[in-house]
Design a protein around this ligand. Structure first.
Ligand code: MG
Length: 259
């Protein structure tokens, strides 16, 4: 099996290094990642300038681009062989609920959505404010990912990927299949004055989790719930954002307005 490992924290991040090492027994592992951190880049592709991959070690490449660029190039001509699986991460910090919209870790995994096996985005979920994540935390999480893949990945429908969050705890209680939760309004932006007297702003932290369970979800919990209770959260997520539930009523509304 040829496994492509990408991330959004950059090629030198401890999470990607631990992940690549843990997956070695499963096949050929090739790391292709941004040369520096590109968190929050979602599925962005670089179109306004050329990309220059640099090989920094055997089967390890740094690219002056986004997480999705790394997977796009790897699947479209950077190598003379094909990959079977894309694993993105291990991200420093959770990707829960609304984070899915912004996450470069998830953007890289979505770029691998057409492979034989469903792509996997993996994040290490500590507290909201980034704290120091120990090498042992990443090793433990990476070993969990190894075991998950080695156990035989479940099939997902086309264009679906796994969004996996692993709690940063000494002992993982197990895993739960979850739905994507929701966050409340983000925390206020942080406002400062630079040394030259100009106002500047910094985007702040994401909002708190909505704790109310989703309607019609009696026996399945949210990704937030799993993490808060020490379980690995496994959420199948999809590219197709169409709201099929309202398609018909919306069509009726359009026909009525046109008459
Ligand atoms: Mg990141």
């Amino acid at each position: 099996m040829n496994i492509l490992v990408a991330n959004d924290d950059g090629v030198f991040a401890p999470g990607i290094q631990a992940l690549a090492k843990a997956l070695q027994p499963l096949g050929r592992v090739v790391v292709v990642a941004p040369e520096s951190e590109r968190s929050g880049y979602s599925s962005a592709l670089t179109l306004d300038r050329p990309l220059r991959p640099i090989q920094i070690a055997p089967d390890m490449w740094a690219i002056n681009g986004t997480p999705a660029d790394c997977v796009y190039l790897s699947m479209n001509g950077l190598f003379d062989f094909e990959f079977d699986l894309v694993v993105s991460g291990i991200n420093s910090g959770a990707n829960l609920g609304d984070d899915v919209l912004y996450s470069g870790t998830i953007g890289a995994a979505f770029e691998g959505r057409l492979m034989k096996q469903a792509a996997i985005a993996v994040s290490l979920a500590g507290s909201d404010v980034r704290s120091y994540e120990s090498p042992e935390s990443y090793e433990l999480a990476a070993q969990w990912v190894h075991d998950f893949i080695a156990g035989g990945l479940p099939q997902l429908p086309p264009r679906h990927i796994f969004n996996i969050n692993i709690p940063d705890v000494a002992e993982i209680k197990g895993a739960q299949i979850t739905y994507q939760g929701r966050r409340m309004q983000s925390k206020p932006i942080s406002s400062h004055v630079d040394p030259r007297g100009r106002q500047m702003y910094w985007i702040g932290l994401s909002g708190e989790a909505v704790t109310e369970p989703r309607e019609n979800m009696t026996d399945i919990q949210s990704d937030f719930f799993a993490i808060a209770n020490g379980f690995v959260s496994i959420t199948p997520i999809q590219m197709d954002a169409t709201n099929y539930g309202i398609l018909k009523s919306l069509r009726s509304w359009l026909y009525e307005t046109e008459q």
